[in-house]
Write a protein that binds this ligand. Structure first.
Ligand SMILES: [Zn+2]
Length: 430
């Protein structure tokens, strides 16, 4: 496809106007001012359009779209134990398939091309991801089971092994398998060490939650005399590539450990605000050169999977909290959502627009009242645009969304199925 005469964000994250960009198969094959001679493929008119690398939502629990808005207004522990856990216990694998497609629509519509997820029933989440066209790093979140202390007897281990074998046979690397360790407070040292060793043996990314709430952070210090970050380091977990969701309450030595170990902290601002957890010290991390990523978390605590909204809120809040309007420019937050996300997923052929990279592309339609006039394209995208302004989402060269229509997902069917599941589980819970 030729994106003709379009504005793009180049590989150095600079805006370039009047560019011709061509995709061939799953890759970007040409970027330049000149129109190549003899091009015969499909042409996309770039007038008033801006083409960016697609976004990476690097922390989610995608089937939790099915629990969106359930149990609102309860304090955290009651919300978890009285609402979330009983509902989740009734989720069948096929429910997770439909919930994942519901989440996939939201992500695609807000410009996401790839996501990192932690949940269970991962075979069905993978099937939904494949059907949607999204890239994904999928993990089964492991936690301690007192009746079953051996990690290799757990469902998480068995699922992960089975899915690792399954993706080996795939022609594309759109789906990657990570290993999930739910959190310090849901696991014991034995499990953490076993997961660390397994990740090392199989060269897997570890996806975990770190220091989300103050109480979790402080009780870890009481238990072990170490922060969750220090504790994970002691257990050898951080000798692997790790993505750590939240990192709201990290302190003192944690920063240096995160930097030295190359851990990717994932900023989940809406979820942290909505659950009253706090605000992660992302300015300090960024000042230290730590590469943070951004995620929506699950739709039960956010309550949406709109990555553009996360980018907007993050860039406003950090300025207000630091009383500094120059912290986190639009370019910086876009880098966090693109190239940083790609690297955190061990994907080095995407995350920016350059020849030879995968064609993971989104297009903003700037021909809207709220996006005009344009002094600075990225300023308008971060502070004025919404997901509705995205007119195209292309992943590995395949158009998955165009002008409000999903090319890979039957929207009406997914919404119908999601409500059917909700009604069934509510009846079961009576
Ligand atoms: Zn989470």
């Amino acid at each position: 496809m030729l994106f003709k005469d379009i504005t793009i964000l180049d590989e150095d994250f600079k805006i370039q106007e009047n560019i011709n960009l061509i995709t061939h198969g799953d890759k970007i094959s040409y970027i330049g001012k000149d129109l190549p001679q003899g091009y015969r493929g499909e042409i996309y008119n770039g007038k008033n359009k801006v083409l960016l690398p697609g976004f990476f939502n690097t922390h989610s629990h995608i089937p939790m779209t099915l629990l969106r808005g359930y149990g609102e207004g309860l304090p955290l522990q009651r919300w978890l134990f009285e609402k979330m856990f009983p509902f989740e216990a009734r989720l069948k694998p096929s429910d997770c398939y439909w919930g994942s497609l519901l989440g996939a629509m939201e992500m695609i519509k807000s410009g996401v091309v790839s996501y990192s997820d932690m949940y269970f029933n991962i075979e069905d989440i993978i099937r939904a991801s494949k059907d949607s066209g999204l890239k994904a790093n999928i993990s089964h979140g492991t936690s301690s089971n007192p009746n079953n202390p051996n990690f290799k007897d757990s469902i998480a281990y068995k699922d992960t092994e089975r899915m690792l074998e399954a993706v080996k046979k795939e022609a594309s690397d759109k789906i990657k398998i990570d290993i999930g360790l739910h959190a310090e407070y849901t696991s014991n040292e034995n499990l953490v060490r076993q997961v660390a060793a397994y990740a090392k043996e199989k060269n897997l990314i570890v996806h975990t939650h770190i220091s989300e709430t103050l109480s979790e952070h402080e009780s870890c210090k009481e238990k072990y005399g170490l922060t969750p970050t220090e504790y994970f380091e002691k257990c050898g977990l951080l000798d692997n590539k790790v993505i750590g969701a939240h990192c709201v309450w990290i302190e003192n030595e944690d920063f240096q450990i995160i930097k030295e170990k190359g851990l990717s902290p994932i900023h989940c601002v809406s979820s942290n605000l909505k659950l009253g957890s706090g605000f992660a010290p992302i300015k300090k991390m960024m000042d230290m050169g730590i590469e943070i990523g951004i995620g929506t978390d699950g739709a039960s605590s956010n309550n949406n999977l709109n990555i553009l909204e996360e980018m907007h809120i993050s860039s406003l809040l950090i300025k207000g909290l630091n009383r500094d309007p120059q912290v986190m420019s639009p370019k910086e937050i876009i880098k966090i959502a693109t190239i940083n996300g790609a690297r955190s997923q061990d994907r080095y052929d995407t995350g920016c627009l350059k020849v030879g990279n995968k064609a993971d592309i989104i297009v903003f339609d700037m021909d809207k009242a709220h996006l005009q006039p344009v002094f600075d394209v990225l300023t308008n995208i971060i502070y004025s645009a919404s997901g509705d302004d995205i007119s195209l989402n292309m992943i590995d060269g395949e158009i998955v969304y165009k002008n409000g229509e999903f090319m890979t997902i039957d929207k009406e069917m997914v919404i119908y199925k999601s409500n059917e599941i909700k009604d069934r589980i509510l009846k079961e819970l009576v």
